[in-house]
Structures are given as C-alpha cells and as structure tokens.
Design a protein around this ligand. Structure first.
Ligand code: HEM
Length: 456
C-alpha cells in the first residue's frame, strides 16, 4: 500500500498518471511553482506518491540526517540501474566505507595535477575550433569533459576510439533515464518508448568500463590513478570485486562529466546572450592569464569568472531534482512521513525563491561579487549538503572556471538565433541544442598556441 503523508497534494493530477504529464512537459516550471502550496507538497507519479520539500531549512534538515532519509526514491532507484552501488547511490550503511575509499583521490594535494590535465585539454580543444565556426555547445563541452574525466581518473593510455563512444553512451543513458524516473518499476515490463535505448546504453557503459578494468588487470602496472587505487585497495582484508570497481568508475564517469559540461554549455550561451558579461570575462582573462590558457595558479585571481560559474550553478544546477527514501517513521516540518515515503528535493526550486534571490530568473553574476556562499546555510546547494555532498565540488569548480576563462581569453561568442535554449530536464539539467558562433579574438592571445605540453 502507498504510505500516506499529511502534506497537501499539488493540483493538476490526471487520472492514473497523476502529475507525470506535467513532469514530462515542463518539470522545472512545475517544481518551482510548488512552494505556493506548502512547505511539503505531494505529487503523484502514477501509483507512487512522492513528497516535494519546498523550504531550504527543511531540505537541509533532511540532508543532515542521511540515516533516516537514505538514498532511494525514484531518482536513485533508477540511477542504481545505471551506475550500480557506487558512492553516489550506496545506502547509509555502506557510505562511510565507500567515501573513505574514494576520498584520497580528492585530497587538496591532488588538485594541481588535475588542473594541469584540465588546462592542457581545454587549450587543445578550444584551439581546434575554426574562426567563425558555429558550434553545438553541449556535445562539444561534453566531449571535452569526458576526455578530462578519463585522463584525470585513468593515467594509462586508453583506446581513443572508445572516448567518442563513451561520451555518447553516458549521454544516452542519462537522457533516456529521466522518463524512467517518473515511470514506476511496476510498469517496466511494458515496451514503453526509449526503453531499449536505455537498456542498451547502460549495458554498453558497463561493458566499456569492464574493458578498462581488464586492460589494467592485464598490464598489472600501478598508474597512481583512480582505477589503480581501486584495483590495489583492500578493506577488511579483501580486495574489491570487479563489479564493485566498475560501480565506482561508472559513478565517476556519470557524476563528473555531464554535470561540468552542462555548466560550461550554459556559460558560453549566457556569455553570448550578455555582451557586458562577455566583456568583463575577457577583461579578467586578459589581465590574469599569461598564455591564453587558465591554470591552477590563476584561479585565485579569476573572481568574476567564478561568480559567473556560481550564478549558473544557482540558475541551472545540473543535479536539479534528487530523491530520498524515508527509512523509519518520522516527521518533517510538522508533517508525518511514514517509512517508505519517497522524498523529492530540488536545488532548482530552492535557488528560485524570491525572498532569498530577488528577481530569481535574472542572470546576475554580481550577486556573488562579495561572497561565494549565501547568507543562510541551505539556500545554495548545487552540490548538495551534509555527508552526501558532492565529493567532486572542487574538481567541478576548477574545471568550469579554467574552461570559461580560457574560452573568454581566445574567443568572441555570438548567438546565431534569438531563441533561448530550453532547460532540458534530463537526469542532468542541460540546455537544449544551442548553436553559437565563435570568432577568434584580436587580442594579445590571438596567436597563442595550446598550453604548455599540449598535444594535437
Ligand atoms: C558542476 C558539477 C557537479 C555538480 C553540480 C554536482 C552535484 C552533485 C550533487 C548535488 C550531489 C549530491 C547528491 C545527493 O545528495 O543525492 C553530488 C554527489 C556526488 N558527486 Fe557531484 N556534482 C558535480 C561534479 C562532480 C564531479 C566532477 C565528480 C567526480 C569527479 C562528482 C562526483 C560525485 C559523487 C561521487 C557524489 C556522491 C557523493 C556521496 O554520496 O558521498 N561530481 N554531486
């Protein structure tokens, strides 16, 4: 029996499907209108009742108690089908162990090395664009972040033809996953549209990853990277199985490439849409960068670029809608929540509350001019909060800031149409197809070659 909760139900549910049509047609609009109906609001996804949390303090309270509000609910139950039981999806009972396994890879000492890989690849990628070329930004940025993800996590030379396939496969898995989040597992047997694509892409993603693992095992060399660390680690006297390793590697691919690519794609679009922002980004890049390529040492001086990235994370947080499951009868915001209740929380919704962010739809990087954290905790959470907060937040900020500054240093970006991209609410929030024209800047960086050590 579906557990009952005392929160009000959102209007507009249709028989049988409930709010699924609304969540497919305009999920962002639907979600951000919900605070008008209460602090907790019920939505009906077919036979499943989910409860959406509409207040920052309640979202924070929920995220801080990750035992009572464990990973689960429609988003994570589906994500588990794609990435298995990795750090992002594992339950409370296994989280401390898994976090301990991966945390060493995100130690501060590792970042200068990651940033060097990022700078080099960003420079090579953006230098390859032709003067006046029209670029479809999301796939271009995703190809770049997939390459960076691979090269930072896997130091051994890997079959480069797999890169393009990997990028398409991640993309396909996440795109076809969103409708499945809304469709309850009871209906999985039906031959619904997109199901074969979903099944095929997630199987292929694991197959590619298993190939990487087999290659590493065969070579037997320690490359001092993520995969080598996972292969050589042992916990409680036992090594990790190939399935456990595969789950962690797929987690990193999925969590760490589409997200940063979506931010960069929004960034170049908004740079084209707002010439004043573009000019300020270029001025900062011209002042700070020495060779037209942003590096780790430049980061403290790229304050405006960082504000632009932060404002994009506010307006278009890639992890826009996430879920939890209630593991024991509890209360939140004065409402009873029985065991098994599915909870939905959304940084997209929280970041648009006008009392916290005046004129919330306005793109205004200067909101972040003097601060990089909002006044009260829980009101800005693109990377989540508490024990399950993103392990890759610094990695992501570094990659997106270096990427945007390097693009601004070398290119003028222009719109090719007046039509704004729609936020595509897939598993990750990304812009719909966006074609932009890139013209080489006639500045001190015009004749700059890719960064030090770059190839290609
Ligand atoms: C702009 C880029 C990114 C955004 C917006 C983002 C967002 C998030 C959010 C919101 C969570 C928390 C999910 C929850 O509470 O249910 C999360 C968790 C996670 N992220 Fe990220 N992420 C980004 C980039 C990355 C990168 C680059 C990596 C890895 C290299 C990464 C790896 C992870 C992992 C492994 C978790 C699970 C952490 C745990 O449960 O302990 N993410 N991310």
């Amino acid at each position: 029996m579906t557990p009952s909760c005392t929160a009000l139900r959102a209007p507009g549910a249709v028989p049988v499907l409930g709010h699924i049509p609304r969540m497919l047609r305009d999920p962002c609009g639907f979600l951000s209108a919900l605070p008008a109906y209460g602090d907790l609001v019920q939505v009906k996804l077919g036979p499943v009742n989910a409860v959406v949390i509409c207040r920052p303090d309640l979202t924070r309270q929920m995220l801080l108690d990750h035992r009572t509000f464990d990973k689960g609910g429609p988003f994570f139950d589906r994500l588990r089908e794609v990435i298995g039981n990795g750090l992002g999806t594992c339950p409370y009972s296994d989280h401390r162990r898994q976090r301990g396994l991966l945390q060493p890879l995100f130690r501060p000492a590792r970042y200068p090395g990651y940033a060097a890989v990022m700078s080099q690849n960003i420079a090579t990628e953006v230098e390859a664009w032709g003067d006046g070329q029209v670029i479809d930004v999301l796939p271009t940025m995703h190809a770049m972040t997939t390459r960076i993800g691979l090269l930072t996590m896997f130091a051994a030379p890997l079959d480069s033809t797999l890169l393009a396939e990997l990028h398409h496969t991640i993309n396909d898995s996440l795109t076809s996953m969103y409708p499945r989040i809304l469709i309850p597992p009871q209906l999985d047997r039906l031959p619904l549209p997109g199901k074969r694509r979903y099944d095929r892409s997630r199987a292929r993603l694991r197959q590619i990853t298993e190939g990487f693992i087999a290659q590493y095992r065969q070579e037997g060399t320690d490359h001092h990277d993520l995969l080598s660390a996972l292969l050589t680690t042992s916990q409680d006297g036992r090594s990790l199985s190939d399935t456990e390793i595969c789950d962690q590697v797929v987690t990193m691919f999925v969590a760490g490439t589409d997200t940063t690519a979506a931010v960069l794609a929004w960034a170049v679009y908004l740079m084209a849409r707002h010439p004043d922002v573009q000019e300020r980004l270029q001025q900062e890049a011209d002042t700070v960068l020495t060779g037209g390529t942003a590096t780790w040492d430049d980061l403290p001086n790229l304050a405006y670029t960082r504000s632009v990235v932060t404002e994009i994370l506010r307006l278009y947080p890639p992890g826009w809608m996430l879920t939890r499951t209630v593991t024991t009868d509890t209360e939140l915001g004065g409402h009873h929540l029985p065991t098994g209740t599915a909870l939905v929380f959304s940084s997209y919704l929280l970041h648009r509350i006008p009392e916290i962010y005046p004129q919330p739809e306005r793109f205004d990087p200067d909101r972040w001019a003097d601060r990089h954290a909002p006044a009260s905790p829980g009101t800005f959470m693109p990377f989540g909060h508490g024990a399950r907060k993103c392990i890759g937040d610094t990695f992501a900020m570094t990659e997106d800031t270096l990427g945007l500054a390097t693009i601004a240093a070398r290119w003028n970006v222009r719109l090719t149409s007046d039509q704004a991209p729609r936020p595509l609410a897939r598993a990750i929030l990304a812009p719909s197809k966006t074609l932009l024209r890139f013209s080489r800047r006639t500045s001190k960086h015009t004749r700059t070659l890719p960064g030090p050590g770059a190839t290609g």
